[in-house]
Write a protein that binds this ligand. Structure first.
Ligand code: ZN
Length: 517
C-alpha cells in the first residue's frame, strides 16, 4: 500500500486549464447546494409553518440549478479531458478526485429523467402514505407504495449497474457506501451476529441490572443547554464555524466551509439522552469541520468518504467517549454544577451503568449499542430479499416479526412499532441501513487502534482533555477527505480490513464487567 501521506488539501497552483475549470464548475455547483442546505436547516429549526410551500419551491429551484450544472455537457467534456491527462493521473490526490467526480457524474446522469421524476414523485407520496399508515398501524395501506418503491429501486439499480453485472443491491448500496458490496456486508454481519446474540443472551440472564432511576431525574431545558454547549466546546467543536440549535429530530448540516450546524432536542426527564445525542451530532460536525473544505470546496476530495465513515465519527464520540466511565469522571461534576441539586448523590458508576443498559426492544432508534446492530441486520436482510424478489412485500411484516422474535426475543405487538417504524423505505432509501452498523464497526476498529497509539486516552478524558483523540481523527481520517474509499482508509489506519471482532471485543470488554458476566 502506498505510504505517501500528502494531505488532500496540499493544493497545487499549476493545474492545467481544463482541470481548473472543472473544479471551478464543481465549486459553483456546491455554492448552489450549500444555499439549499442552509434553507433545509432553517426549515427544521426556524421556519414558520406557513412558509412550507415557498420553501419547497425554493429548494426545488436550487437543486434544479445544481443538477443542471452537475450534468452539463461542459462538465462531461472537462472531466473527459482531465481523465485523459497523464500528468494529472500521476498525481494521486487528483486521481482520487477524478475517480469520485466520475462516480458522482455517472450517478447524476445514468438515470433517465423520467425515472428520476417518477422516483421523486413516488417517494414523496409514499412518505405521506407511510406517515398515515404508521399512525394507524396499518401496513396494508402502505404495501402498494412499498411495492412501487421496490420496483423503482430495482429499475434504478439496473441503470446504475448497467454493464457492470452483479448484485442489484450493490448498485444501491454504492450510493451511500462506495466500494462496499452486499456480499461483503453479509459476510461481516454473519460473523458478528452469533457473538452479539451470545452477549445479549448472557446479559438478559444476569442478575445484575442497571438502576433506571436516572430516567426520572428532571432538569430544566436551559440548564441542559448550558451543559451541552460547554461540553461541545471542551471536546473541540468549533463554535466560530458552528451552531447548536433545537429540532424535532437531531441532525448535523454542514453547508460549507466555516458553517457546520448541529441540532439536538431536550426533554426535562432525559438530560442524558439529549447529551449523547448532541455528542453524536458533534461527531458528525467535527468530521465536517476537519475536512479540507476551505481550499477544495465542491470537490469530492473535500467531502466525507461515505455514510459509514461519517457514522463512525458520530458513534465514536457518542459511544466510545460519551458512554465511557472516564468521560463521566470529568463530566459528572460539570453536570452537577450546571444542574444544581438535581444530581445530588449521583455517582459516576450509576451514570455509566445507566448509559450502557442493554434491553432488547422493538425500536431501532431507542436500541442500546449491543442490540442496535441486530435491528440493522434484520433490515438489511429483508430489503435485500425484497429487491431480489425473494420476499413479497405483503409477507414483510411476518418476516419482520419472526426475526425480532428470533434475534432479539421481542414480540412485536403492532406494525407501528414493527415494520412501519422507520422512514427510510418510504423515501426510497434502500441500501442505507447497513451504513449504521458499518459506522459502529469502523468506529470500534479505529478505537482499538487509537487506544494502542494513545494508551493514556482514559486518563486524558478523565481530565477533560479531548484534543488527543480529535487530533488523531483529524490526522488519520478528516484531513484526507474523500481521497481513500472506506475499505482502503480502514486498512491504512488499522492495518487490517474491516472485521467484526473489534466491535465484539469493545462491547464485551465494556458490558461483561458491568453485568457481572
Ligand atoms: Zn449519525
Amino acid at each position: 500500500m502506498a505510504t505517501t501521506e500528502t494531505p488532500a488539501s496540499a493544493e497545487r497552483t499549476d493545474y492545467p486549464a481544463h482541470y481548473r475549470e472543472l473544479t471551478g464548475l464543481l465549486r459553483e455547483t456546491a455554492i448552489l447546494s450549500s444555499a439549499g442546505a442552509t434553507l433545509g436547516w432553517d426549515q427544521e429549526t426556524m421556519m414558520p409553518p406557513a412558509a412550507a410551500a415557498l420553501r419547497a419551491e425554493q429548494l426545488a429551484a436550487l437543486s434544479g440549478l445544481a443538477h443542471e450544472r452537475r450534468t452539463s455537457p461542459r462538465m462531461a467534456e472537462l472531466l473527459e479531458r482531465s481523465e485523459a491527462d497523464v500528468d494529472l493521473a500521476a498525481d494521486p490526490v487528483v486521481a482520487a478526485n477524478l475517480r469520485e467526480i466520475r462516480r458522482t457524474y455517472d450517478l447524476a446522469t445514468r438515470l433517465p429523467t423520467s425515472l428520476v421524476r417518477e422516483f421523486a414523485e413516488t417517494s414523496s407520496r409514499a412518505m405521506e402514505a407511510w406517515k398515515d399508515a404508521r399512525e394507524r398501524s396499518d401496513f396494508a395501506a402502505f404495501a402498494p407504495w412499498l411495492e412501487k418503491v421496490v420496483e423503482l429501486s430495482r429499475a434504478k439499480a439496473e441503470h446504475y449497474g448497467a454493464g457492470r453485472g452483479g448484485d442489484l443491491y450493490d448498485a444501491l448500496l454504492d450510493e451511500y457506501e462506495p466500494g462496499m458490496s452486499g456480499a461483503e456486508v453479509e459476510r461481516i454481519f454473519d460473523a458478528l451476529r452469533p457473538g452479539l446474540a451470545a452477549l445479549i443472551g448472557a446479559i438478559a440472564e444476569s442478575e445484575v441490572q442497571p438502576d433506571p432511576r436516572l430516567a426520572t431525574v428532571r432538569v430544566p431545558r436551559d440548564a441542559q443547554e448550558v451543559l451541552n454547549r460547554a461540553i461541545l466546546e471542551h471536546i473541540g467543536f468549533d463554535f466560530r464555524g458552528g451552531r447548536l440549535d433545537v429540532s424535532t429530530h437531531p441532525f448535523c448540516e454542514s453547508p460549507g466551509p466555516g458553517d457546520t450546524r448541529l441540532t439536538t432536542r431536550y426533554r426535562e426527564e432525559g438530560f442524558l439522552d439529549a447529551l449523547v445525542s448532541t455528542l453524536h451530532e458533534a461527531g458528525h460536525g467535527m468530521y465536517e469541520q476537519g475536512l479540507p473544505k476551505a481550499e477544495l470546496f465542491g470537490q469530492p476530495i473535500a467531502e466525507a468518504v461515505s455514510l459509514g465513515i461519517h457514522e463512525s465519527q458520530s458513534r465514536m464520540w457518542e459511544n466510545m467517549v460519551g458512554r465511557s466511565r472516564p468521560f463521566w469522571e470529568w463530566a459528572l461534576p460539570m453536570a452537577k454544577d450546571a444542574f444544581g441539586s438535581a444530581l445530588a448523590g449521583t455517582e459516576v458508576d450509576e451514570v455509566f451503568a445507566f448509559l450502557n443498559a442493554v434491553r432488547p426492544g422493538p425500536t431501532r432508534v431507542e436500541a442500546d449499542e449491543a442490540t442496535y446492530n441486530l435491528h440493522i441486520m434484520l433490515r438489511f436482510d429483508l430489503e435485500r430479499a425484497m429487491l431480489r424478489g425473494d420476499l413479497a412485500v405483503r409477507d414483510v411484516p411476518a418476516a419482520w416479526n419472526e426475526r425480532m422474535r428470533q434475534d432479539l426475543g421481542v414480540e412485536v405487538v403492532d406494525d407501528r412499532s414493527g415494520v412501519l417504524q422507520d422512514i427510510h423505505w418510504s423515501m426510497g432509501a434502500i441500501g442505507y441501513f447497513p451504513t449504521y452498523t458499518l459506522g459502529n464497526l469502523y468506529a470500534a476498529q479505529f478505537w482499538e487502534t487509537v487506544r494502542e497509539e494513545l494508551p493514556d486516552l482514559d486518563e486524558q478524558f478523565a481530565r477533560g482533555e479531548f484534543a488527543g483523540l480529535l487530533g488523531w481523527l483529524r490526522e488519520k481520517v478528516h484531513r484526507h477527505g474523500g481521497r481513500f474509499r472506506a475499505p482502503e482508509l480502514c486498512e491504512r489506519i488499522t492495518g487490517r480490513p474491516l472485521s467484526p471482532e473489534p466491535l465484539l471485543r469493545y462491547l464485551e470488554t465494556k458490558l461483561k464487567p458491568l453485568y457481572g458476566i
